[in-house]
Design a protein around this ligand. Structure first.
Ligand SMILES: Cc1cc2nc3c(=O)[nH]c(=O)nc-3n(C[C@H](O)[C@H](O)[C@H](O)COP(=O)(O)OP(=O)(O)OC[C@H]3O[C@@H](n4cnc5c(N)ncnc54)[C@H](O)[C@@H]3O)c2cc1C
Length: 487
């Protein structure tokens, strides 16, 4: 690995213009900003915590003058290395800008980019409102990171992803000029929509300093169902059937048999008792369903779900009680960590496939696991086909690493063949940069690069991300503890 280029004169000038309070160059601060949840560390030369918005313009103008790479960092929970400064240079860290204002009449939240996603909901709740996008990391991640990755979550199938809840963005172009895209209005079609271009662009097209978000009414009732199916295939066939009933579940999660077995091992107990399973002792797949809305429509939908359960399930539980619902959620919350009983490292993909490909996908991951001798547990969002396909391996075993590396390329190829997408919520970053050309034609990639060049002529913001395939297997993850590791 070649050492990253440095820019000592530019960093001196930066320190002179912004001062040592805002610009840190010590090793500990730089290391903390050098990796995200992918845990590949690339050291920056300086970490900038701007004081006022204009500081960002100053940083970007200096960076353009001296050709210094700049990476924007929210709270570093990303799974793709997108906030890692892979070309070194400077990191703009925005976790301290975390103000949230709720306008209950307009049902809007005006937020700074560092605001923690869960906090927005905490403040919206007393007004009977909520911000639906709910990545599992919502207690740790920032809204800036959510917007930059167009994050999704458990409730995306019914309520949509982040893009569906952004009215306006303010921020800075890579060249350092201030811009506003959209407005705090329910309708706005003036000019070309660059707001939506920023959303999901993974910090490559601009720095978000403020967002106006759409809030929606909090549902007044919910009912949760936990359903066991005899096999992965039956569960996934059932999932497609449920979606055809026009119930519009708020949450609809699938856990395959490998995932359930690992989670049950971690809990030390079966999810359903032998009596509930009526003698079906083999491990089963699980579906977790939550419907929400007005109590009257909920009762009608619950009847439809029960009829569906009678056709496909070997056991089920249901509740409208908050505490009991939490207990039903336990298996879903356990499964991510439980996988480590199957290997000390995991590749966690977030692919998407259409309904018709649910069963072929799971049959493919089962066969792949058997062929390469590594576990391939799969769970995820059954309402929108966004599944987390995992390959569990032992990082210290070179044979495992080789097999995992080859297998993940195969998985991505298969997903595209099945009419799917290589990522549904995490983004490309560096992790999926080698697969971009599986998903997109050369003309599509050229068009994206033309946009990037038009907005960022000196390739200052997040250079190397998305478009330049990086062999992540050449790097070893750093051993660090992150606040979300227990989840
Ligand atoms: C346990 C766990 C569960 C997760 N579950 C989900 C899930 O269910 N759904 C999901 O979508 N993701 C999930 N993620 C991934 C991650 O939490 C999301 O991608 C999140 O949106 C990242 O937010 P962040 O603040 O940590 O951003 P970071 O990781 O700091 O940055 C992510 C990207 O956003 C850019 N960025 C950040 N702030 C700005 C800004 N102000 N302006 C411009 N660009 C910016 C960065 O440059 C980078 O490209 C999970 C991660 C973990 C660790």
């Amino acid at each position: 690995m070649t050492p990253l280029p440095t820019h000592p004169l530019a960093t001196q000038e930066l320190l002179k213009q912004l001062g040592p309070e805002k610009v840190k160059t010590d090793e500990a601060t730089c290391f903390a900003a050098s990796y995200d949840n992918m845990r590949l560390s690339f050291m920056p030369e300086a970490v900038i915590r701007p004081g006022v918005e204009e500081d960002i313009g100053t940083v970007l103008k200096l960076a353009n003058l001296h050709r210094v790479p700049v990476t924007v960092r929210g709270r570093g929970t990303g799974n793709t290395g997108a906030s890692s400064p892979i070309r070194g240079g400077w990191v703009i860290h925005l976790d301290h800008w975390d103000k949230i204002e709720i306008d209950p009449v307009a049902a809007m939240a005006t937020v700074q980019p560092g605001a923690i996603t869960a906090k927005i909901n905490e403040l919206a709740a007393p007004h009977g409102l909520f911000f639906p996008p709910d990545p599992s990391s919502l207690k740790y991640c920032s809204i800036g990171g959510n917007i930059a990755t167009n994050a999704g979550g458990l409730r995306a199938a019914k309520y949509g992803v982040v893009r569906d809840h952004v009215y306006a963005l303010e921020g800075y172009l890579p060249t350092g000029e201030k811009v506003t895209w959209g407005a705090p209005l329910r309708k706005f079609v003036s000019g070309i929509n660059l707001r939506d271009l920023w959303i999901g662009s993974e910090g490559t097209l601009g720095v978000i300093t403020k967002a106006v978000l759409k809030l929606v009414n909090r549902p007044t009732a919910r009912r949760t169902f936990l359903v066991a199916c005899r096999s992965d295939e039956i569960a996934l066939e059932a999932a497609a059937q449920l979606m055809g009933l026009r119930i519009n579940p708020a949450v609809f999660e699938f856990l395959d048999t490998q995932t359930v077995a690992a989670a049950e091992k971690q809990r030390g107990s079966r999810v359903f008792s032998s009596a509930e399973l009526k003698g079906v002792e083999t491990t089963h797949a699980i579906l977790l369903i939550e419907i929400d809305g007005h109590p009257a429509t909920l009762a009608e939908d619950a009847q439809k779900v029960r009829a569906w359960i009678n056709r496909y399930a070997v056991a089920h539980r249901e509740t409208d009680n908050e505490t009991e619902a939490e207990a039903l959620w336990d298996i879903r919350r356990t499964c991510s960590q439980a996988m480590y009983s199957l290997g000390n490292a995991k590749l966690n993909e977030d692919i998407v496939v259409p309904f018709k490909s649910y069963v072929p996908l799971i049959q493919y991951t089962q066969a792949l696991g058997q062929r390469i001798g590594l576990a391939t547990p799969t769970f995820g969002h059954a309402a929108d086909g966004n599944f987390h396909v995992h390959i569990m391996y032992n990082r210290d075993n070179p044979e495992h690493c080789r097999k995992a590396e080859e297998a993940i390329y195969e998985v991505m190829k298969k997903v595209v063949e099945l009419g799917g997408a290589i990522t549904g919520e995490h983004g490309i970053g560096i992790a999926k940069s080698p697969f971009l050309s599986l998903q997109h034609s050369p003309a599509e990639i050229q068009a994206m690069l033309a946009v990037k060049k038009a907005l960022d002529p000196n390739n200052i913001l997040a250079p190397g991300q998305i478009f330049e395939p990086l062999n992540v297997w050449e790097y070893r993850p750093v051993k660090v503890h992150c606040a979300w590791d227990k989840h």
